[in-house]
Design a protein around this ligand. Structure first.
Ligand code: PBG
Length: 331
């Protein structure tokens, strides 16, 4: 309900800082952030990623240090992605099931360093482990086969859980994987391990720098359109979310982020479940490129885009800007 000018002047409440603070509808804090981190082999290693300026791969010791930093900054959760050595990648992605793989070692190092002060989210999908860069197993025609892939994903999720993961986040977009993983977790007594489903994940042009970071970009032939969603579709996203909730997801994710805030809003309004968005690598790179080109103030761009996720209805945001944003928010 809005009255008429001049009785109503919407600029009245905007006229001073205290009043803008009082009327602010949305709050962004470090507790809204999930910080994605890339792990690599070695010790004392930091490898900058050219297409993600300001983001590095860290060896396991460095990952533990970043996790400690997250705790100090008030960031509640980190997300891990491994850059698997080339000789450990295979057509069947078997390294995903190795209890001593890079991911599991990173999980354990974080647990040793931080106890339960930080949540550890782990990505479930085979692309960091396959020699072909696809998220699942291929048939002779190069099609990613659903049900055999789900079997491997269940093993991968259990492997991460035993190592100490708190949130299992399947990003593979196979049908039925949430239900299978949930049944396996219940069956093995891991009743409090969460599942955050990459429920509405689109076949996006914004993932390029991530694929460089995990080393799958150069291996990937073709695209992921037979399992990731068509960017033209919104209703289908609601069906994906409905299925994942019914199969036992604790929270859902929309990915990429900013170009899909309409999907976030529809999911939140329809299902009223914890809803996250992933501001993906290409989005991060665009903001960094804009700031480097003098097209905008970096700090302001970062905080405005993250606030937009919250305003759209997000419970939290996965963003490579987590460290920077948390420092800004902490003053
Ligand atoms: C793996 C995965 C991808 C991302 C997260 N998990 C890439 C892909 O599906 O090709 C993208 C994240 C980003 O771009 O920051 N399945």
């Amino acid at each position: 309900m809005t009255g008429l000018f001049p009785d109503t002047r919407l600029r009245r409440t905007r006229a001073s800082g205290w009043s803008r603070a009082l009327h602010r509808e949305t709050v962004l804090t470090p507790a809204d952030l999930i910080w994605p981190l890339f792990v690599t082999e070695g010790s004392g290693v930091e490898e900058p990623i050219a297409s993600l300026p300001g983001v590095s791969r860290w060896s396991v010791d460095g990952i533990a240090a970043r996790a400690k930093e997250a705790v100090q900054l008030g960031i509640p959760c980190i997300a891990l992605f491994p850059n698997t050595q080339p000789d450990r990648r295979s057509d069947d992605g078997a390294e995903a099931l190795n209890p001593d793989n890079l991911m599991c070692r990173a999980i354990k190092a974080i647990r040793d360093a931080c106890g339960s002060d930080v949540g550890i989210l782990t990505d479930v999908a085979l692309d960091p482990y396959t020699a072909h860069g696809q998220d699942g197993l291929l048939d002779d025609a190069g099609y990613v086969v659903n049900d055999p892939t789900v079997e491997v994903l269940v093993g991968q999720a259990l492997n991460q859980t035993v190592a100490g993961a708190d949130i299992i986040a399947p990003s593979d977009m196979m049908d039925g994987r949430i239900g299978s993983i949930r049944a396996a977790l219940e069956g093995e007594g891991h009743v409090n391990v969460q599942i955050m489903a990459y429920a509405a994940k689109y076949a996006s042009a914004f993932y390029g720098p991530f694929r460089d970071a995990v080393g799958s970009g150069g291996l990937l032939k073709g695209d992921k359109k037979s399992y990731q969603m068509d960017p033209a579709n919104g209703e289908e996203a609601l069906r994906e979310v409905a299925l994942d909730i019914s199969e036992g997801a604790d929270s859902v994710m929309v990915k990429p982020g900013l170009p899909y805030l309409d999907i976030v809003r529809r999911v939140k309004e329809r299902f009223e479940v914890p809803t996250f968005a992933y501001q993906v690598s290409g989005e991060y790179a665009m903001i960094e490129a804009a700031a480097a080109a003098g097209a905008g103030d970096r700090d302001a761009l970062v905080l405005e885009t993250l606030m937009s996720f919250k305003r759209a209805g997000c419970t939290g945001v996965l963003t490579y800007h987590s460290e920077h944003a948390a420092k800004l928010l902490n003053g």
